[in-house]
Design a protein around this ligand. Sequence first.
Ligand code: ATP
Ligand code: MG
Length: 244
Amino acid sequence: MEDAIAVRGLVVDRGGRRVLHGIDATVPRGSVTGLLGPSGSGKTTLLRAVVGVQEISAGTVTVLGAPAGSPPLRRRVGYLTQAPSVYADLTLRENAHYFAALHGRDRAAADAAVADVGLASAAGQLVGTLSGGQRSRASLACALVGEPELIVLDEPTVGQDPVLRADLWDRFHTLAATGTTLLVSSHVMDEAARCDRLLLIREGRLIADDTPAAIRATAGVDDLDEAFLRLIRATQPDQPGETR
Ligand SMILES: Nc1ncnc2c1ncn2[C@@H]1O[C@H](COP(=O)(O)OP(=O)(O)OP(=O)(O)O)[C@@H](O)[C@H]1O
Ligand SMILES: [Mg+2]
């Protein structure tokens, strides 16, 4: 079966500066793939290119067999942006009903999506009055409610406590087991360990594309945190001026 995502020679410039320097990567269907890298390394930019909202300078991004962002993909791809993407002046339930309707899903599906992120008791609350972590989960519920084939999540667990994070990761794997593909960016190493595959990006270049076990083996350490540090230090920046 073809990959859910195939990125070839992807180059992106933002604000007159090269941000992605020729990325080649694939994401298999029915898997949870983690996208990791330091702040500013290009994670959000790569996810935007996959969703088809990022102008690109060179290369191709193919998603579920079609060019990224093409109209047939609209209902097939879900995207959780890094900033909350729900309407502050609607209740959580109203938001969920709205996003469900966009995807041809009924109100029961919307209410279930809200309950799935642990917010059933806050469903009647205006989103503008939710806490930061609750608002992130509200956005997540709205990204998941359409049951898209590919779900792109930009740091979905930021601001969540360990119990909620573990619940959310269990949900991601349940979805993958039914054939859904998930691409999830993260800063958190225990989350990286829960991914089927990992893409590690540094200063706009892919420096690892492998399973967590293979990345540990390549780096020669069991601790994934330490493995990433070693891989990141082993790769030299392109230009001397690029290091921060
Ligand atoms: N609109 C923009 N205009 C100019 N430069 C931008 C713009 N958006 C992002 N960049 C730059 O592109 C680079 C990659 O940013 P990106 O948001 O993809 O990083 P990231 O890996 O998602 O970081 P974080 O972990 O902090 O979310 C950064 O150097 C950033 O400053
Ligand atoms: Mg980001």
